[in-house]
Design a protein. Structure first.
Length: 180
């Protein structure tokens, strides 16, 4: 496994930095909005402050171990969202993202996710990214299509936040076809 030192990324409007324990409270705030968390299959709602703190406290170790790379996305010094690549195994990883609703609709998720996709392929050296969204999350599908992801299939998954089954549209993006 290649060790990737903690990495900062910048885009035209945004700064991305590795998350740490200090980001837990802001993450709790953002995930306290049902419109965010209902789209996050693995998150609980209402969010549990202690669980989120424990999760963020592990992010620096995950990064060092090459298990997951998670970034806080900052706009003018304020954290507006999180983008991560996790479930890393055999050259593949899963892209995920969530932003505060006040920042939606301005292209921030697409802009920041493009930087993370480039990082995953060029710096980490992954050969493929996977992602997926609930079928009622058209905005997320649009973000993935803009990044060049290709539709794979639609499957039934358990959603923790919705406490039930959802239909999830899954996508893949091989490094070899990722737009520059
Ligand atoms: C999904 C999410 C990250 C998008 O963030 P964002 O900053 O608004 O995304 P962008 O502005 O970069 O792009 C959104 C795209 O979706 C489109 N869109 C928004 N709502 C839409 C809708 N209801 N139907 C179709 N397209 C829609 C926008 O027009 C835009 O596409 P365009 O640039 O081609 O016009 C944000 O809504 C979010 O955090 N949601 C809650 C958590 C979540 O869903 N995470 C992903 C889980 S799979």
């Amino acid at each position: 496994m290649t060790r990737i030192p903690p990495h900062h990324l910048t885009t035209d409007r945004l700064a991305l930095r590795p998350t740490s324990a200090a980001d837990a409270e802001r993450a709790f705030e953002i995930q306290s909005d049902w419109n965010v968390t209902r789209m996050l299959r693995m998150a609980s709602f209402p969010p549990d402050r202690a669980d989120i703190a424990q999760w963020f406290a592990d992010h620096e170790r995950e990064w060092a171990a090459g298990e997951a790379y998670r970034f806080a996305v900052e706009l003018q010094g304020r954290t507006i969202g999180v983008i991560d690549v996790d479930e890393i195994s055999q050259g593949e990883g899963e892209l995920g993202y969530w932003f505060e609703p006040a920042s939606w609709g301005r292209g921030y998720a697409s802009e920041a996710a493009q930087a993370v996709v480039n990082f995953a392929f060029r710096t980490v050296g992954l050969s493929q990214l996977l992602s997926g969204h609930a079928v009622d999350n058209a905005a997320s599908g649009q973000v993935l299509l803009k990044l060049g992801f290709r539709p794979l299939d639609t499957v039934q998954r358990e959603s923790r936040s919705r406490a039930g089954t959802i239909l999830q549209r899954r996508y893949f993006l091989p490094a070899s076809v990722a737009p520059e």
